[in-house]
Design a protein around this ligand. Structure first.
Ligand code: APR
Ligand code: PHB
Length: 389
């Protein structure tokens, strides 16, 4: 097969890019290791920045998002009894939309066939070749038969564990990483949320987050040591811990119910540079990971895809080779700012095992400052709704 752009990975980044390129009349194909159902089974975050909503609007794929997404004008930081509301609408003139990543992926997936976006699922052993040339190609196995796709560009949207980043020579690539000494235990339940807006809580027993997917489906998290096993956490134990950490007011509004999904995920900050090498571009988790504290993962994938689609459109439609050459620098500038915000909010809202009394005083002082300073709240708000693209 021959195409203009071969995309590895059919998660949100790969599908969003595929649709944007198709809409520009650029020939592309997406190659995905798993089945579509498996991709949809992954439960991820669900707070959308403006850029993510706008790209779905641009594609005309925002109907369900508009109908089912919850527009949120603020969120809350809880520190013991104190609840600090960050009024993002008033502070930035913008809002966020709560709408699960799974739903974004579903909307993109459902539109692929009708729009002629070819997605090859269950493609095994995907390998990238000649990425330092102007004629790179992919090989993969499908139904036991080896296949090849020749392209002008390959875009790695294959997540943290995919082959694309690994294809860049070690002598060229450089990574930056911070692994956090705790994980997030998440629970999804068909119960009404305890609060209309998100609550991030820093309690002496640890971090908690009250979020939601709709008015009838809630998503909660607590931080746990990395040694914890999900099988040791009954639903009741999770609900009990959430009630303590979110504080008495929120606890009084928690509706308990059976989990429909629960799991523990590690937290890391990770960035790989460069995000382009030869004819290979990286987007999303293939190039960077953020701790979920700022809900930036999906939104960073969206801004990467926005830049990559613009660069590739420039190349194919205007013969602008510089557009592709400038992709990595442009994407990384926004990635690093989101990494900083996610890292700082994680530091502010979690109790780190090695922290002492001084570090706790720093958290209290910063929360006091945020509670009493519009400037401090504006800084948090503009990062939360998403910095300009
Ligand atoms: N061959 C083909 N596809 C692959 C391979 C491979 N060898 N390895 C991984 N993939 C696929 C995965 O199965 C997955 O469907 O690449 C896709 C990567 O999707 P994501 O991991 O969701 O990454 P991305 O699309 O960048 O979206 C970022 O997802 O992980 C969350 O928190 C993250 O919200 C962020 C978002
Ligand atoms: C979620 O709803 O899953 C969610 C919300 C905000 C976060 C992380 C996860 O920061």
């Amino acid at each position: 097969m021959k195409t203009q752009v071969a995309i590895v990975g059919a998660g949100p980044a790969g599908l969003l890019l595929g649709h944007l390129l198709r809409a520009e009349g650029i020939d592309c194909v997406v190659v995905e290791r798993q089945t579509g159902d498996y991709v949809l089974s992954r439960i991820r975050a669900g707070v959308l920045e403006r850029i993510t909503v706008e790209l779905m609007e641009q594609l005309g794929l925002d109907v369900r998002l508009r109908a089912e997404g919850l527009v949120e004008e603020g969120f809350n930081l809880a520190d013991g009894e104190r609840l600090i509301r960050i009024d993002v609408a008033n502070l930035t003139g913008k809002t966020v939309v709560v709408y699960g990543q799974t739903e974004i992926t579903r909307d993109l997936m459902d539109a692929a066939a009708p729009r002629g976006l070819e997605v090859i699922y269950e493609a095994g052993d995907v390998a990238l070749h000649d990425i330092d040339s102007e004629a790179p190609f992919l090989t993969y196995a499908k139904d036991g038969v080896s296949q090849r796709i020749d392209a002008r560009f390959i875009v790695g949207c294959d997540g943290f564990h995919g082959p694309s980043r690994q294809a860049i020579p070690a002598s060229v690539g450089r990574s930056f990483e911070r692994v956090y000494p705790f994980g997030w235990l998440g629970i999804l339940a068909d119960v009404p949320p305890c609060n209309e807006e998100l609550i991030y809580a820093n309690h002496e027993r640890g971090f908690a987050l009250a979020s939601m997917r709709s008015h009838t489906r809630s998503r909660y998290y607590i931080d746990v040591p990395l040694t914890e096993k999900i099988e040791d956490w009954s639903d009741d134990r999770i609900w009990d811990e959430l009630a303590v950490r979110l504080g008495p007011d929120a606890a009084a509004r928690i509706t308990r119910g059976p989990s429909i999904e629960k799991s523990i995920a590690p937290l890391r900050s990770f960035v790989f540079e460069p995000m382009r090498y030869g004819s290979l571009l990286l987007c999303g988790d293939a190039a960077h990971i953020v701790p979920p504290t700022g809900a930036k993962g999906l939104n960073l994938a969206a801004s990467d895809v926005h830049y990559a689609a613009a660069a590739l459109s420039g190349f194919f439609k205007r013969g602008d080779a510089d557009a592709v050459a400038g992709y990595s620098e442009k994407a990384l500038a926004r990635v690093w700012k989101a990494e900083r915000f996610s890292w700082s909010l994680t530091k502010l809202m979690h109790r780190f095992p090695d922290d002492g009394p001084f570090e706790r005083r720093m958290q209290v002082a910063e929360l006091d400052y945020i509670a009493t300073s519009r400037a401090a709240q504006q800084t948090i708000a503009e990062n939360y709704v998403g910095l300009p693209v």
